[in-house]
Design a protein around this ligand. Structure first.
Ligand SMILES: *[C@@H]1O[C@H](CO)[C@@H](O)[C@H](O)[C@H]1NC(C)=O
Ligand SMILES: *[C@@H]1O[C@H](CO)[C@@H](O)[C@H](O)[C@H]1NC(C)=O
Length: 238
């Protein structure tokens, strides 16, 4: 299979592992002077040093986010003090869309599914889980080839977490004739702790490739529900 360059795969290693959060909250290396303007733009969060439920946002343009931002921003996309993002400067900052602006730098980034996902989790936790701090690690880059996103086993091996939860998003669009082939491949991954949330049928933008803002909102909510269902069915997870 020869993948099309711009196929907007969404592969969320929306990976939740408490141990991993400690790994990534290690103090950042000394910052170079040229990063100071970025730090001013993204002030560090008061929750920066707290353990986080970490999610790696992996994939292509639809995970990076291309949804147009309306004014005012709908509530599920708005920043929340307990939702953080690892900036390219390796600092934890309050997550505010576009989350991939300093990662997917060759395109104009917009709204993706991560903020609505976070709001779904916070909503579910309510006041009972007041210690919940979410940490997003943006890693999606539009136009990357699918083979660059070595799938589940490689992710798990790289991170040393063999049971890492991976929530992948069923491909909703694509260029050329490969969409169905990729979708079949996604459905046929028979590994533990891999969940498929299907984006097919969600509204696309005029380019027929990118999910609309409304679609990203629904998708984020669906991903949140999938995570919560998984979490509530797994006793050993924290
Ligand atoms: C897709 O398939 C159709 C029919 O099999 C073919 O005519 C067309 O050239 C294909 N398009 C691409 C981009 O491969
Ligand atoms: C996951 O499940 C545990 C155990 O039931 C619960 O304490 C925790 O709040 C849940 N996490 C989230 C993010 O809902």
């Amino acid at each position: 299979m020869k993948p099309a360059a711009r196929r907007p795969l969404l592969l969320c290693a929306l990976a939740a592992a408490a141990a991993l959060s400690f790994l990534l909250v290690a103090p950042p290396p000394p910052l170079a002077a040229h990063l100071s303007s970025l730090l001013l733009a993204f002030p560090a969060s008061p929750y920066a040093g707290r353990p986080k439920l970490l999610f790696l946002l992996a994939g292509q343009s639809n995970m990076a986010g291309r949804g147009l931002a309306p004014h005012p921003l709908p509530a599920p996309f708005r920043p929340h003090p307990r939702v953080l993002r690892l900036a390219a400067s390796r600092r934890w900052v309050v997550a505010a869309p576009p989350l991939h602006a300093d990662i997917d730098t060759h395109k104009v980034c917009g709204l993706g599914p991560a903020m609505p996902f976070a709001h779904r989790l916070l909503e579910d936790a309510g006041s009972g889980e007041s210690s919940l701090v979410l940490g997003f690690v943006p890693a999606a880059v539009g136009g990357t080839r699918i083979w660059m996103w070595r799938l589940v086993n490689d992710f798990r091996a790289d991170l040393g977490i063999p049971d890492l939860l991976v929530i992948q998003v069923g491909l909703a669009s694509g260029e050329g004739n490969y969409t169905d082939i990729v979708r079949e491949g996604q459905k046929n991954i028979k590994l533990p702790n891999v969940i498929l949330v299907d984006a097919i049928g969600l509204p696309l933008q005029d380019d027929q490739l990118h999910l609309s803002t409304e679609a990203q909102l629904w998708l984020g909510d669906m991903l949140g529900q999938a995570y919560l269902k998984f979490n509530s069915s797994t006793d050993s997870r924290q």
